[in-house]
Design a protein around this ligand. Sequence first.
Ligand SMILES: NC(=O)c1ccc[n+]([C@@H]2O[C@H](COP(=O)([O-])OP(=O)(O)OC[C@H]3O[C@@H](n4cnc5c(N)ncnc54)[C@H](O)[C@@H]3O)[C@@H](O)[C@H]2O)c1
Ligand SMILES: [Zn+2]
Ligand SMILES: [Zn+2]
Length: 363
Amino acid sequence: MKALVYHGPGERGWDTVDDPTIIDPTDAVVRIDTSTICGTDLHILKGDVPETTSGTILGHEAVGTVVEVGASVTTIKPGDRVLLSCVSSCGRCRYCKEGRYGQCLGGGGWIFGHLINGLQAEYARVPFADNSVYTIPSELSDEQVLFLADILPTSYEIGVLNGKVSPGDTVAIVGAGPIGLAAILTAKLYTPGRIVAIDLADSRLEGARRFGADVTINNAEEDAVAAVMELTGGLGADVAFEAVGVPATFELATELIRPGGRVANIGVHGHPATLHLEKLWIRDVTVTTGLVDTFSIPQLLRLIANGRLDPSLFATHRFALEDTMAAYDTFADAANSGALKVVLQGTDAQNTATTRAGVLVAD
Ligand SMILES: NC(=O)c1ccc[n+]([C@@H]2O[C@H](COP(=O)([O-])OP(=O)(O)OC[C@H]3O[C@@H](n4cnc5c(N)ncnc54)[C@H](O)[C@@H]3O)[C@@H](O)[C@H]2O)c1
Ligand SMILES: [Zn+2]
Ligand SMILES: [Zn+2]
């Protein structure tokens, strides 16, 4: 089969590799119908994720069709359409029993395209299949559910739920990439009073307004703290999300918050950030962190099925799966291409879609 293979920092190829097979009785093999690329894949390609070794197939988000199941798999069968989540679950360890699949001790957690071969490929081996895949209702398209594999549950669990967004809250979101935009969509489920999006890029702030931000602040041009204080009568935001992953934006999120407010860090940090405890301790501020567990996929899936949540705005570009190399170039050049999420379509998905490879969907 063909797959997108990581060959060490800066190097990737669309290579011919061995077809995956069942290794453990709890495995399934799935044909990838629709996949996508994550900012984390770009981090791996930069060499920021040293545990991902050369030769690993990348990708941790996909929709596919089951082609084979191991002897002990009972809840899915060949022909079923399934969502493959970025996080797998052994189902047996302490953390899986608590729904904290991201912390799985039994060989699950974030493994696809990280510790084992991933999902930007024609086929994939899926460990712990009974516990880790989600059957998709036939009336929903691949693209409607694809973003449940990572960005929607990440922003919902690590942002909205950890930050305890409540009706009427002023929610400030630092960073308006796919994660910040998914935070806007899922925060709206709780009817906040106002959503404020903060980013350095006007194109991203334009996206934030499309997704439902009420106020946008370009913090390259404007003092974001002063602007949020003015909006909130000098108090600060009730909830602030950090959705970038650099020290400056974490520190900004803690400056935007009102006494008694909640700062939910979503960004993946590679460097130490300063926690200004000397300013925060007296203000009753809560700071939360987290790796996504994806326990909320069934709940978010029901919202999509019932028309209450529409993630279709994320799909800015579509490519044939065999054009994954070009899709990476477009995704990595988001500043010029306007890419939010690029959809990679396997042969079956291409037959049911009407678009050409690389077409900008948003225009
Ligand atoms: N916690 C988790 O489980 C989890 C899961 C997935 C992704 N993430 C992380 O979430 C973060 C966001 O992901 P993404 O895909 O949206 O990233 P992205 O790079 O596409 O978007 C980041 C946005 O932040 C903006 N930005 C950069 N520096 C800024 C600054 N100083 N002030 C304001 N805005 C600034 C950029 O212009 C961009 O729009 C990343 O760190 C990613 O690794 C975390
Ligand atoms: Zn991801
Ligand atoms: Zn486990």
